[in-house]
Write a protein that binds this ligand. Structure first.
Ligand SMILES: *Cc1c(COP(=O)(O)O)cnc(C)c1O
Length: 363
């Protein structure tokens, strides 16, 4: 079996250890005589996995007891709507910082439901983004219920390398593509959400982290399944959760903890970013990335070659060399290397060495 080096932006690579552990238990899980997929979500065996997964997320991020971890469905895209539905009562408004397509989508949903203001946008042409706003560029509404940011812009390769200090207004963050990739202080965050399929596990489960005071202020009167309180009050077992996705996420979290936790991930991600951006910046203009160094993502690395033709060739030869997912997002083209936690230094060394060979032949 030849495993490829998988740079897909999402769903993305999973640790072999996690996949092997799941394979080993596929037919008989925790001595139950059935697989986890076939087990009741109310069984004691599943319950143990469910609660341990919540505990691991809390431990790895360093969340206080005043945070609830929820496992929902509908992806980050449903959170674009659930956040304003639950948090914005009538007459209330939220701030949105627009740094890419996903923030635009979040803003669009918020506007359907309530009032939302653009605190800053870095869109410099239709769907063209290359930066994160500077703190001074944020026009914050002091009466906003929350301020929404996208911590890492998966498509554009930009990332909030430092979260903005916005005073008493709670931050709400879409961390779909960089959760557990670096350490941060969770205290300013009232709510964090992330579709699992980039940095946490298989598609299907969406992790929502919500602080007690925000939960207490959530509005009533929404459909039951769209209400955060429903899921918080029932430990995400109001209805059938995505048991298998949660189970595989549990294996991924064990793998991550075994590697030294988020601190170790951050260290490796920083080293990976240095290697990749050095390969781009030291290529004499063959590879280009126009993002300011302080806004460059440590997860998704986007770059261009001198022509579209060369980009196609890079992609085709890359595929032959065993790399998957090098094609940039359809909205911006170019090349994108998505190197989440699972793609460690070895994967990044392999692609930078391929880049240098490719340049030697075609530069
Ligand atoms: C992938 C992605 C999404 C969309 O996630 P779904 O789970 O497919 O809805 C949203 N935000 C960011 C930052 C993403 O990377």
């Amino acid at each position: 079996m030849a495993r490829k080096i998988n740079f897909y932006a999402g769903p993305s690579a999973l640790p072999v250890e996690a996949l092997e552990a799941a394979r080993g238990e596929m037919l008989d899980f925790a001595g139950s005589g059935v697989g986890v997929m076939e087990t009741s979500h109310r069984s004691k065996e599943y319950d143990a996995v469910h609660n341990e997964t919540i505990a691991l997320i809390k431990e790895l991020i360093g969340l206080g007891d005043n945070y609830h971890v929820l496992f929902l469905q509908g992806g980050a895209s449903l959170q674009f709507a659930m956040v304003p539905m639950n948090l914005l009562g009538s007459g209330a408004s939220a701030d949105y910082v627009v740094t890419g397509s996903w923030s635009k989508k979040a803003l669009k949903e918020a506007k359907i439901i309530a009032s939302a203001k653009v605190a800053a946008t870095t869109e410099i042409g239709k769907d063209v983004f290359r930066a994160i706003p500077k703190p001074a560029d944020l026009k914050l509404d002091p009466s906003a219920v929350y301020c929404h940011i996208t911590s890492n812009n998966t498509i554009y390769g930009t990332q909030w390398r430092q979260f903005p200090n916005i005073g008493n207004v709670p931050l709400v963050a879409d961390m779909s593509s960089d959760i557990l990739s670096r350490q941060f202080d969770p205290k300013p965050f009232g709510l964090i959400y992330a579709g699992a399929q980039k940095n946490l596990g298989p598609a299907g489960v969406t992790v929502v982290i919500i602080r007690d005071d925000i939960l207490a202020k959530c509005r009533d009167g929404l459909p039951t399944m769209l209400t955060y309180k429903t899921h918080a009050d029932n430990n995400s077992l109001f209805n059938t959760p995505t048991t298998f996705s949660i189970y595989v996420m549990n294996k991924v979290l064990h793998w991550l903890k075994g590697k030294g936790g988020v601190a170790a991930m951050e260290k490796e991600n920083t080293a990976k970013a240095k290697l990749l951006y050095d390969a781009i910046d030291n290529s004499g203009g063959f590879y280009t990335n126009t993002i300011a160094p302080e806004d460059r993502s440590h997860m998704n690395f986007v770059f261009n070659l001198p022509s579209e033709e060369l980009e196609k060739q890079f992609n085709a030869e890359g595929q032959k060399a065993g790399f998957l997912g090098l094609k940039g997002h359809r909205s911006i083209g170019g090349i994108r290397v998505s190197a989440y936690n699972v793609n460690g230094m070895d994967s990044v060394k392999a692609i930078t060495s391929f880049m240098s060979d490719f340049m030697a032949k075609n530069g």
